[in-house]
Design a protein. Structure first.
Length: 156
């Protein structure tokens, strides 16, 4: 696969769910909005119609993006990491300077969420942790430019 996207089974399932939601529910809702807006008369000065058509374009673009991403997915199995930090791993790290411990799940940037217990493989911390094992120390340069040293406590 040329543009292979590595992700967890859960992330894949979430993308499939989103795609199905967009293709069924959202398309129907927007179609109804367009139908109602057409009833308001002159389309050249109809802001409801323009808004519905813009929303339709955004949804169709997202559908196309999801379909293309799903074609190129490689699902990583939980047993694939063998103690090494990879996508799908739960990693406990300790801030060397302050001693704070945090546990995160490493996920693909495609499946990113607002869950504070996850970090993506493209974030500065996620990138630095990938490929390392428990006991390793990694130096992370955060967006502000500061350098933070983390010690990997555990990888599951």
């Amino acid at each position: 696969m040329a543009n292979e996207i590595v992700m967890t089974q859960e992330g894949y399932n979430d993308l499939v769910k989103e795609l199905n939601e967009l293709k069924t529910t959202r398309r129907a809702e927007i179609s109804e909005k367009i139908r109602v807006a057409r009833g308001f008369g002159d389309l050249s000065e109809n802001s409801e119609y323009d808004e519905a058509k813009n929303e339709q374009a955004i949804v169709e673009a997202r559908i196309l993006t999801l379909e293309n991403q799903l074609k190129n997915v490689k699902i990583v199995a939980k047993s694939d990491n063998k103690g090494t930090v990879s996508i799908g791993s739960f990693v406990t790290i300790r801030d060397v300077e302050f001693g704070d411990e945090m546990t995160y799940r490493i996920i693909s940037s495609v499946e990113s969420s607002n869950d504070m217990s996850t970090i993506t493989d493209e974030s500065p911390v996620g990138k630095a942790l990938l490929g390392h094992k428990a006991g390793d120390s990694v130096m992370v340069t955060v967006p502000s430019g500061a350098k933070i040293e983390y010690q990997i406590v555990n990888v599951e």
